[in-house]
Design a protein around this ligand. Structure first.
Ligand SMILES: N[C@@H](CCC(=O)N[C@@H](CSC=O)C(=O)NCC(=O)O)C(=O)O
Length: 284
């Protein structure tokens, strides 16, 4: 990819973490992402696990805080973490709130001005980014998994549900499981998609599971949730996801962990289980 710039490179567990920037066609703006290439990638293409981060994050949070590289190196998994919104813009109100605009792309394609020209992060994550990764790194196109945290958990679930053939495995940490009911989701959807709440349902994992049914291949969704999560009651709705899965026959392994909060101390505690969950599907 001619406009892909490598900003930095760091040896890690026999492989390397690299940070990249490029002009995104989908977003008509600068986008950044990070990659962990395990040592096995030196020998040939490896499975790729995409991680979608939460509100206020960048392409760096997961690579710096989750501690996933040690096991990814053993399992031969490439990790790719995109930024959470386009950068280098100055749209009206874009930098005013932590939960709208920069750092809050929400992994959807905005349809309403001023967001609709640049906030196309669904198209970016599902189309442009895998295209770049698979043409610029030793990444298998037939072995993609996706996981994420909070806003990124919502992104991973909805993207996998809409593209079961493109992503063979899915999991989430403390996902926003029913964003049409959550203040974060309502704020984003009303700004990016407009007031027609019917159009929001396509971007709600629990609604998608009810309307589309279970994954055709019988795969299990893995979800970890801390009971000490400060956003649990108001924003996350894991019980709604559980009900939707039960109603649709969708296998769900939801694990509630006493006292864990919403942050990366929680994620780093359980990240190995997620990597193993994905490796089992991607290497099958
Ligand atoms: N403004 C608050 C909330 C920000 C916050 O907690 N962000 C989470 C994701 S929340 C849902 O998507 C996060 O992952 N932050 C980055 C991190 O490294 O922890 C605040 O700033 O406290």
């Amino acid at each position: 990819m001619s406009n892909l710039e490598t900003l930095s490179e760091h040896r890690s567990f026999g492989g390397a973490v690299t940070f990249h920037e490029h002009r995104s066609e989908a977003c008509d703006a600068t986008m950044r992402f990070s990659v962990y290439a395990p040592p096995q990638a030196a020998e040939g293409p490896v499975p790729v696990l995409y991680y979608l981060a939460g509100l206020t994050s960048t392409e760096a949070n997961f690579m710096e805080k989750a501690g996933a590289q040690r096991l990814a190196s053993e399992l031969g998994l490439m990790l790719v973490a995109p930024d959470t919104s386009p950068r280098g813009l100055d749209l009206p109100g874009e930098h005013d709130d932590y939960d709208l605009g920069s750092g809050a792309g929400f992994y959807i394609d905005a349809t309403v001005e001023p967001w609709s020209r640049h906030y196309k992060t669904y198209s970016y994550v599902t189309g442009e980014l895998p295209g770049i990764v698979e043409s610029s790194f030793p990444a298998r196109a037939d072995a993609r998994g996706i996981f994420g945290h909070s806003m990124g958990g919502h992104g991973a679930l909805t993207i996998a549900l809409k593209n079961p053939e493109r992503y063979r495995s899915v999991s989430a940490f403390a996902p926003i499981s029913a964003p049409t009911r959550a203040p974060w989701g309502k704020k984003i959807f009303s700004n990016y998609l407009g007031p027609d709440e019917e159009s929001w349902r396509e971007h709600d994992a629990s609604e998608l599971i009810k309307s589309r049914g279970a994954f055709p291949d019988g795969r299990t969704i893995l979800v970890d949730q801390g009971t000490g999560d400060q956003f649990l009651e108001e924003q996350l709705y894991p019980g709604v996801l559980e009900e939707a899965c039960a109603e649709s026959g969708q296998p769900l392994e939801i694990r509630r962990h006493e006292g864990y909060d919403h942050g990366y101390y929680f994620i780093s505690t359980f990240v190995d289980d997620h990597l193993r969950h994905h490796a089992a599907a991607l290497n099958a």
